[in-house]
Design a protein around this ligand. Structure first.
Ligand code: OAD
Length: 244
């Protein structure tokens, strides 16, 4: 039995990472189009780098919560195929997985079978010319140079208008899954928001876990509503004890 899990900002909310669609319509005080598009980077690279430098530095202040830990346990104990696709650019799933060394370290940048960061990662940078990706924990400056000497380093983040990462691998897994679980995502941003329909077309059971029913509630067979830190561990216990 194959599982695909999709997570969004809601799973990291209890760790203290702000979600995107807060009531003021701003993302940490900025309009998305001012900080999360290629045009914004061209127009004002200082602002964009500084925005992501702040997000990257905030990762030092946060820890994985019970929901991240429960998913790592599920990956360890589940007998079938398991893929976790996250839209989050934080490293909280990675750190929760690190508690289980048997899950293995991730291949350099190809992504490991268990976890795909489809919208990129704050702790990586990418060359604007050769597109090589490298680990990056410090602040990025506008002129941070790549070893290729031709380009500069930008955040390894998928901005609006850019193609999410590893879409073929994700779509293949969703089309072959028996259970699709969407956790802490508003279902507002495509292509991730379309995965539930792909899973349904494949005959998979579909489950939503969220603070509240989302606009996509009608596409899910079951829903668990409340804090992810409480609901996800309950769901994982139930799944591991009763199966699909
Ligand atoms: P959103 O901010 O759109 O949605 C967060 C979801 O989490 C909402 O449905 C909330 O109800 C839910 N939520 C909040 N706190 C929760 C909690 N403690 N427990 C459970 N659920 C909770 O974030 P995403 O759906 O992840 O893309 O946004 C998708 C993409 O839009 C992001 O990856 C980002 C953004 O623009 C890029 O940057 C490319």
């Amino acid at each position: 039995m194959n599982i695909v899990i999709l997570t969004g900002a809601g799973i990291s909310a209890e760790s203290g990472v702000p979600t995107f669609r807060a009531q003021d319509g701003l993302w940490c005080g900025h309009r998305v189009e001012d900080v999360a598009t290629p045009e914004a980077y061209e127009r004002n690279p200082v602002l964009v780098q500084s925005f992501y430098n702040t997000r990257r530095a905030q990762l030092r202040e946060v820890q994985p919560n019970d929901a991240h830990h429960a998913l790592a346990r599920l990956e360890r104990d589940w007998d079938g195929d398991y893929l976790l696709v996250t839209q989050n650019v934080d490293d909280l799933h990675d750190r929760a997985r690190d508690a289980y060394p048997e899950l293995g370290r991730r291949d350099a940048f190809a992504g490991r079978p268990g976890l795909i960061h489809m919208h990129g990662e704050l702790l990586k940078a990418r060359c604007t010319e050769c597109e090589q990706v490298c680990h990056w924990r410090a602040d990025l400056e506008v002129h941070s140079a790549c070893v290729c000497q031709n380009g500069v380093l930008r955040p390894h983040i998928v901005w609006f208008g850019e193609m999410p990462l590893m879409m073929h691998a994700i779509e293949r897994a969703v089309a072959q899954c028996d259970l699709f679980v969407s956790i802490g995502t508003s279902g507002a941003v495509y292509p991730a928001a379309g995965f539930v329909q792909l899973a349904r077309a494949a005959g998979a059971e579909t489950v939503e876990i969220n603070l509240e029913p989302t606009v996509q509630r009608g596409l899910f067979d079951r829903g668990y509503y409340g804090l992810a830190g409480a609901q996800v561990p309950l769901f994982v216990e139930e799944l591991l004890s009763t199966g699909l």
